[in-house]
Write a protein that binds this ligand. Sequence first.
Ligand SMILES: [Ca+2]
Ligand SMILES: [Ca+2]
Ligand SMILES: [Zn+2]
Ligand SMILES: [Zn+2]
Length: 193
Amino acid sequence: MERIRRVAVAYYENLPEEKKRYARFIFDEMDKNRDGQIDLDEYVEYLKKHNNTIFTDPSMFRALDKDGDGSLDFEESITLYYILQSGRALFCDCCHTFLADVYFSCFQCFCLHESASTYDLCCDCYGGKKFNHHDDAIFWDNCTLLSKSRSLALGAPIENRRNVLEKIGTIADFTGMVVSGAVFASSFGCSIM
Ligand SMILES: [Ca+2]
Ligand SMILES: [Ca+2]
Ligand SMILES: [Zn+2]
Ligand SMILES: [Zn+2]
């Protein structure tokens, strides 16, 4: 989680004032009893209300609660804000743990099958071979996947490139390899946003 936390703080620091106020607004909305802290009940209630039930697992709350005091202060809530805003929440397709740091993705599902969703695994499930996936699957960790994908995108026909780039942008943003798609947009000479 530490990496996402750092990305979230950097992301937040670069937000325009209006968006920072919005982050504060969300925090206040979650903090029902106005004690300046979000406890597990407030957290679950807010997410259910906004149909984000994939996050309501207490393990996610514990991961966000950096100092482990059982509630989220504003700073800790920024990570959640970032994950919600970026829509980059990934969960292990085998054990459903939140993929906070390094994880493995099926290269074929990620890059080659246009419509299929990605297939991602936590290190435990991948290392312990606990998963069932198509036999010819090639797995890369998310950092390696990024550089492999770049070569693939550059080799792809122009009309497919945008699609590949969007997927790379998603994984890159999520893993904190870049904070905004602009880095990719400029290195590929086109806009992906
Ligand atoms: Ca509260
Ligand atoms: Ca805390
Ligand atoms: Zn897993
Ligand atoms: Zn696959």
